[in-house]
Design a protein. Structure first.
Length: 291
């Protein structure tokens, strides 16, 4: 039995080798472990390799030095389901790059040099389920509508970036969100943070370590406190200041409106009165002259 397998081995090796190479024209520098996967991880690439088969579904490009993705990339590779660009040198995603990524399910842009996620970056990537954007040390701005249209997104990673705040709309617009990672950002628990704090308390089951894993620094002295030590009461001052300002505006505008109304009616009344007196006067004169 055993010698038989032994004799068959070269044949099997040759067979698998033919299957591998016969498949799509694999870029010389990459590996293609199956007909749908191109693995160019850790090859020291400074740009996307040429000759990636157009029907690739899994493209692994992690641990390279790739600084940009051409904006028509996903038009070309429209079958892509899984794109791993972790640990590259991307500093931005050109607008429109991902707007045609209708099949993309997994996108890893972690450990890059992104600075901002503008509105509509991911277009209508309705299939996207997992999006990794963590460990971008200069990523300080995520637009409120950055993830608009990602209706299937279940996992979002934004950990260890440079975020000091985040509009709660960026998260609340995601109907399928189950897991969100936000820890390790330099959050500032000022009044802008109050809405996010409320959302985090209500959605703490979506955070892998609950609210305990997160910290923010106090706007007063920069002291870092775990979010678990804060409560809605910590942000009460914000509400009071807000309502007080609102209150003053309302009272003040109320007073101005009433004063303006009184002045206007007084002016109107006097005008009417004057006019009546004047027309009476002229009538009287006419009557007098007729006599
Ligand atoms: C990132 O990629 C570089 C270059 O390939 C590699 O040397 C480094 O170990 C990678 N870093 C991580 C955290 O994987
Ligand atoms: C990353 O971005 C920062 C700020 O935009 C820049 O100073 C730095 O040189 C960039 N690093 C790399 C490796 O591109």
């Amino acid at each position: 039995m055993l010698p038989c397998v032994y004799r068959l081995q070269p044949v099997l090796t040759l067979l698998s080798f033919t299957l591998l190479t016969q498949g799509e024209n694999c870029p010389a520098i990459c590996l293609c472990p199956d007909p749908h996967t191109v693995d160019c991880s850790g090859r020291g690439l400074t740009r996307l390799p040429d000759e990636i088969p157009l029907d690739v579904r899994r493209l692994l490009l992690a641990d390279n030095w790739i600084p940009r993705i051409p904006s028509d990339f996903l038009v070309l590779y429209s079958d892509l389901v899984y794109l791993d660009l972790r640990n590259n040198s991307l500093s931005n995603i050109e607008p429109g790059t991902l707007s045609t990524s209708s099949r993309l399910v997994f996108l890893d842009l972690g450990c890059n040099n992104l600075t901002e996620i503008p509105k509509g970056t991911f277009g209508e990537s309705r299939s996207l389920i997992k999006l990794r954007l963590g460990n971008n040390p200069y990523l300080s701005m995520v637009n409120e509508d950055a993830f608009m249209g990602l209706t299937s997104l279940r996992e979002l990673e934004l950990e260890r970036n440079a975020l000091s705040g985040l509009q709660v709309g960026a998260l609340s617009q995601l109907p399928s969100l189950r897991v969100v990672r936000l820890e390790g950002n330099p959050w500032v628990c000022n009044c802008n943070f109050a809405n996010l704090f409320t959302w985090l308390e209500e959605n703490s089951h979506k955070l892998p370590n609950g609210i305990d894993g997160m910290e923010c620094s106090l706007p007063t002295d920069g002291r870092r406190v775990p979010l678990s030590q804060l409560s809605q009461d910590s942000f009460r001052e914000c509400q009071i200041t807000l309502t007080l300002t609102d209150f003053l505006i309302i009272i003040f505008s109320g007073i101005s409106v009433s004063v303006a109304a009184i002045m206007a009616s007084f002016f109107l009344a006097s005008t009417v009165h004057c006019f009546q007196r004047w027309s009476k006067g002229t009538k009287g004169d006419e009557e007098e002259s007729e006599e």
